[in-house]
Design a protein around this ligand. Structure first.
Ligand code: PEP
Ligand code: MG
Length: 753
């Protein structure tokens, strides 16, 4: 059963044309369930009707003509209740409605299940049978599972417009994701395909067909050579039968087979990687469908060979750098920090990816760079976007592909308004961050990228509240050595001296991998992260601590911050290493004073050990990003649960308020360096709670400063009190918006619909 299910979903998924996919879907389901009818009804949001889109078994003339509002007829009932309906005698049901054009009076049994994707009912899948047959539990389970799997495929088709409207007559399509870095931009999409991924190769029209064919032949030749030498190497170790497989691979790649077909496709107007992907997909699809185990296994071989050839094709194209338009909107399955670095400075105007969420690290970097970003766009058709004109709305999490002129003009004016606001705010950036009643709320900046160390910031902030040292580690090809790190840290410390710079020890793990130190785990955010990694690798931590201390020589503005602390023993071990680094340097003639040392409060358990931690360190820094993720048990990186990730959850806010109270009772200076501090409403709440400092990305400073300069401390304290009495994140958000509107500060909040 599972096998059939998997194959149907795969077939539907791989069909390039949606009509074909729907037709395959109903035919295959009918066959698998040995039933008379299978139909699919799509819910049309504008018509507010379920429309029969495809059927096998009912009269074809009924397609697109049968339309039911929710609650009407059996199909409408399934759509409305969003649950399966299984009837032995359908015409006897009070909701049964007869449509002459379907010819359905002939059928008595009915089983309908809703297709739901991300809580949205997209349509209804129905099977029917002439004789009275109660579909059994197995049938129902099969159809429910089928519908659940098809949800994603259909949502994708709807979003791309392949299924029905959302694409207007002029070709505009809209995709929705998670708003990850604010701002709006109109630009051109540049799709980056992950290496050797046949499913993400974009369609491109070749400029030089002969060149494409030549490079294809060369890539195939390289793979044949590789296979030959692998075969020779393995000859003495594997059986003759296994060795014969290498011969089969050679034949598959030969001119007469795969090679010739791909060449034909290139001549039809597809570049080499796209042509290869098309042909491989077709073969795989065919092989996976046949009821023969041997041939089905060959599908995996074809895919593997395709990937090998593609890898060589991509190797080559990597040598010719892609040209980036002036306003490049980088689009990919996943965008790494390294990829960001490849786009020439000044040309990167926006980021879009299928994976990731608003607090994933690429989002944090994008915010630091002020680049509008939308992540978690799970329905994005990567292969069809390259070169398209797009509008990216980083406030609302939208991407408009090939926008209409009207929409383009609308966005032009929104962008102009935003620019005007930035200009106005700019005038007060050199004024103190002080409330109208004289309460000083020190603002600091989060850094990590070289671009952050801009001189203008120094006069506007009280220092660096969080220097994420892992960022420079992510763009090198190996652990940077002590000298190299010393130079990097010295740059930071000197740029901001005499202001303090809080340097966090390496915080890798979670979603921050180093290319040369991969960590593969089932639950990376609950695994080997931050201090857990560096205490297990004292050789790495010691080099870093020594470099930090050496860099601070004569400046004395270094503060060291320990990430992901769970136990006080971890603090004790880290302190011992800091002592040791200091002693070693003293022996080498470098006398450096002991820096102030702090702990990040981001693992919930530390909330209950503040006293013990306060005895050991000089300050706390609240990582509200991770604290939120761990308090709510919501992966900050998972788009499926992005809606649940909310630092304005009453549970998180009350934990923060209590934390502020306790740390001030303990007289431990405490700052907040997570994203909440960079949100004007969040910043006012944190100020009202009594935190000592707020640290944020540079682009967030103007709005936060503007908010603080207009709201008195008692008003912010009142806001905290009111907010803490609310019991849902929605009510909290609404209340914050209402108050800020009343204070005429709504323009500082990110625009939403
Ligand atoms: C946090 O968790 O809030 C934090 C500032 O650290 P990072 O986002 O780098 O994990
Ligand atoms: Mg953190």
């Amino acid at each position: 059963m599972l096998d059939v299910l998997r194959r149907i979903v795969q077939e539907v998924n791989e069909a390039r044309n949606l009509d074909a996919a729907l037709s395959t879907m109903v035919r295959r389901i009918r066959k698998a369930m040995r039933t008379d009818v299978c139909s699919f009804y799509l819910y049309d949001v504008e018509l507010e009707r379920l429309v029969l889109m495809e059927t096998i078994g009912l009269y074809a003339r009924a397609v697109k003509h049968v339309r039911l509002p929710l609650g009407e007829g059996l199909v409408g009932l399934v759509g409305q209740r969003e649950e399966p309906l299984n009837l032995e005698d359908a015409p006897a049901h009070p909701h049964f409605r007869y449509f002459e054009e379907t010819g359905e009076e002939r059928f008595s049994s009915f089983l309908g299940v809703p297709i739901i994707h991300q809580r949205r009912m997209l349509g209804v899948l129905v099977v029917q049978q002439q004789d009275k047959r109660r579909y059994d539990e197995g049938d129902e389970a099969f159809l429910v599972t089928m519908a659940a799997q098809l949800g994603g495929v259909l949502a994708h088709a709807l979003a791309t417009g392949a299924l029905t409207r959302p694409v207007s007559a002029d070709g505009q399509a809209v995709f929705i994701g998670v708003a990850a870095s604010p701002g709006m931009v109109i630009g051109d999409a540049v799709v980056i395909a992950p290496p050797a991924d046949l499913d993400s190769v974009p369609d491109l029209i070749p400029t030089d067909i002969d060149f494409e064919i030549a490079r294809l032949k060369e890539a195939i030749l390289k793979v044949r050579d590789e296979l030959r030498s692998t075969g020779e190497r393995l000859a003495s170790r594997i059986s003759a039968q296994e060795l014969a497989l290498f011969e089969v691979y050679q034949q598959m790649l030969s001119e007469a087979a795969l090679g010739q077909e791909v060449e034909k496709r290139i001549r039809e107007g597809q570049w080499a990687p796209g042509a290869l992907a098309d042909v491989v997909r077709r073969h795989v699809q065919y092989l996976e469908r046949v009821d023969d185990n041997y041939l089905r296994e060959r599908a995996a071989d074809v895919r593997d060979l395709g990937r090998r050839v593609l890898a060589h094709l991509q190797e080559e194209s990597a040598e010719t750098p892609t040209t980036y338009p002036d306003r490049t909107i980088l689009v990919g399955d996943e965008i790494s920090v390294a990829t960001l670095g490849e786009v020439p400075r000044g040309k990167l105007a926006g980021l879009v990816s299928i994976r990731g969420s608003s607090t994933s690290h690429v989002a944090i970097l994008a915010r630091a760079m002020g680049v509008p970003t939308v992540l978690g766009m799970v329905d994005l058709p990567l292969t069809r976007l390259n070169g398209a004109r797009v509008i990216l709305d980083g406030h609302r999490g939208r991407l408009f592909v090939r926008p209409t002129e009207e929409l383009g003009q609308h966005y032009q004016s929104l962008i102009a308004e935003e620019d005007a606001l930035s200009e106005v705010l700019e005038h007060e950036q050199d004024l103190p961050s002080e409330t109208p009643d004289g309460h000083v709320m020190p603002l600091m900046v989060n850094t990590g990228l070289a671009v952050d160390a801009v001189a203008s910031l120094k006069t506007r902030v009280s220092g660096v509240g969080l220097y994420r040292t892992e960022v420079p580690f992510m763009i090198t090809e190996r652990f940077p050595g002590e000298q190299e790190q010393t130079r990097l840290y010295r740059d930071q410390l000197e740029s901001f001296a005499p202001l303090p710079v809080v340097m966090r020890t390496l915080d890798i793990g979670g979603d921050k991998d180093l290319p040369y130190f991969p960590i593969e785990e089932a639950n990376p955010f609950l695994g080997w992260r931050g201090i857990r990694v560096t205490l297990d690798h004292p050789e790495v931590l010691m080099v870093q601590l020594r470099a930090m201390l050496r860099a601070s020589h004569g400046l004395d503005n270094l503060q060291i911050l320990l990430p992901m602390i769970t136990n006080v023993e971890e603090v004790d071990s880290a302190l011992r290493l800091i002592d040791r680094a200091q002693a070693e340097l003293a022996e080498e003639g470098f006398e450096v004073g002991r820096p102030r040392i702090g702990v990040m409060i981001e693992v919930p358990a530390t909330l209950f050990q503040l006293g013990a931690l306060a005895e050991r360190v000089d300050f706390f820094s609240v990582g509200s990003n991770d604290l939120t993720q761990y308090l709510l048990a919501v992966d900050r990186n998972n788009p499926r649960v992005a809606e649940l990730y909310n630092p304005c959850h009453p549970g998180v806010l009350s934990a923060l308020a209590r934390l502020a109270e306790e740390t001030s009772a303990l007289s431990v200076p405490t700052s907040v360096c997570g994203e909440l501090a960079g949100d004007p409403a969040g910043a006012l709440l944190l100020m009202g709670m009594g935190f000592d400092t707020l640290s944020m990305n540079a682009p967030s400073l103007p709005r936060v400063r503007a908010a603080i300069r207009r709201v008195s401390l008692p008003a912010a304290q009142e806001l905290v009190k009111e907010t803490l009495s609310l019991d849902t994140p929605t009510k909290v958000r609404a209340h914050l918006v209402a108050r800020l509107t009343e204070w005429q500060l709504a323009h500082l909040l990110p625009p939403t619909d």
